[in-house]
Design a protein around this ligand. Structure first.
Ligand code: A2R
Length: 323
């Protein structure tokens, strides 16, 4: 297949482009913002800002892809509060530009929109595991934009007979994730302690919530499988189907990193609303594709700790060269 990955310079995009080439032998086109410098071996890379409707349309006409994975987003909940306008523009208008450009092609590509478990919003523990038909009650601006994009896609699917699948991805983790996310944050702090770069204290937010974590390498396997075996017009949860408390995760990092540390609460990391439990029902994904996660949480944490060891060693070496 000729696969176009839009927004490939982010956390997921790098894994997805590699997976599509290695697993399926796809010809992969990838887009990034002009300011980004990702390493995307095997992919043909193009600059694209999805806010530029003409550029989106021109690129699709030139490439004529068989399928499109739409990952480009303003994906930070925190930024969605400070820049609601930008979040609405990129996540809704940007998605609309892609749907419109795809609609005008003679040979319409398959499209996968990547949404988020955040769309479920105010979840009660008794609603879990969350099925795709659970009522969406988005609790932040990011989540609203993703739910809106999903509704737009549903209209295009029905009105224009386009092949579109929407995904609600739950927490994904792994090497190279930015440290504003909890697993990357804890692993980075543990390695900094091991390297003597900080006192032996890990600073945390609320440790009691339970979340559904999946390795990013499993997530992209699910996307590849859904592009082939998913049913058009359907929404699929993508997650592990098993929630775990943030405190358990931290204990696992303690065991694996083998560094002694104390835990202190950082008021800056506490959220105004923290739902006690978010867990996906993944039976639809599993029955349609046969997918199941391959990475255990320990494997993910070992690889993420290794990643931070490499990064912090490099930074250390760079620091000593500049001294
Ligand atoms: O915000 P940046 O500078 O990191 O760039 C992001 C990029 N992006 C755009 N691409 C094209 N046109 C735009 N106007 C635009 N604005 C932002 O999309 C970033 O390189 C990429 C999204 O990657 P991440 O933010 O790392 O998200 P991740 O974790 O790869 O998640 C992929 C999808 C997103 O739609 C999430 O909302 C969803 O999965 O959960």
């Amino acid at each position: 297949m000729k696969a176009l990955v839009i927004g490939a310079a982010g956390f997921v995009g790098k894994y997805l482009t590699a997976h599509l080439t290695e697993e399926y032998g796809d010809t992969v086109y990838a887009t990034k913002l002009p300011s980004e410098q990702p390493e995307l071996p095997g992919a043909e890379v193009y600059d694209l800002d999805i806010l530029d409707q003409e550029a989106v349309s021109d690129l699709l006409k030139t490439l004529q892809p068989d399928c499109i994975y739409h990952l480009a987003a303003q994906s930070s909940v925190a930024v969605s509060w400070s820049r609601p306008d930008l979040t609405v523009d990129i996540n809704i208008k940007g998605t609309l530009h892609i749907l419109e450009a795809a609609r005008s092609l003679a040979q319409k590509p398959r499209i996968m929109l990547i949404g988020s478990g955040e769309e479920y919003g105010y979840v009660k523990p008794e609603d879990c595991p969350l099925r795709e038909d659970t009522k969406l009650r988005p609790a932040n601006i990011y989540a609203v934009t993703k739910a809106c994009a999903e509704n737009l896609a549903a209209v295009y699917e029905r009105a224009y007979g386009m092949w579109i699948v929407s995904v609600r991805a739950f927490n994904h983790v792994g090497p190279a994730q930015l440290p504003q996310f909890v697993v990357a944050d804890f692993c980075k702090q543990a390695v900094e302690i091991a390297y003597g770069l900080r006192e032996p204290v890990i600073r945390t937010g609320n440790l009691t919530p339970k979340r559904d974590f999946t390795d990013v390498r499993d997530i992209v396997r699910a996307y590849g499988a859904l592009m082939r075996d998913g049913r058009s017009g359907e929404v699929y949860n993508v997650g592990s189907g098993k929630a775990m408390a943030i405190s358990e995760l931290l204990e696992e990092i303690r065991n694996l990193s083998d560094v002694p540390f104390r835990i202190e609460t950082d008021p800056e990391k506490l959220r105004p609303t923290d739902l006690p439990l978010i867990e996906a029902d993944i039976s639809k994904l599993q029955s349609d594709t046969g997918w199941k996660p391959e990475y255990s949480l320990s494997e993910t944490l070992i690889d993420t700790l290794d990643y931070w060891r490499r990064i912090l060693k490099k930074e250390d070496a760079a620091d000593s060269l500049t001294k």
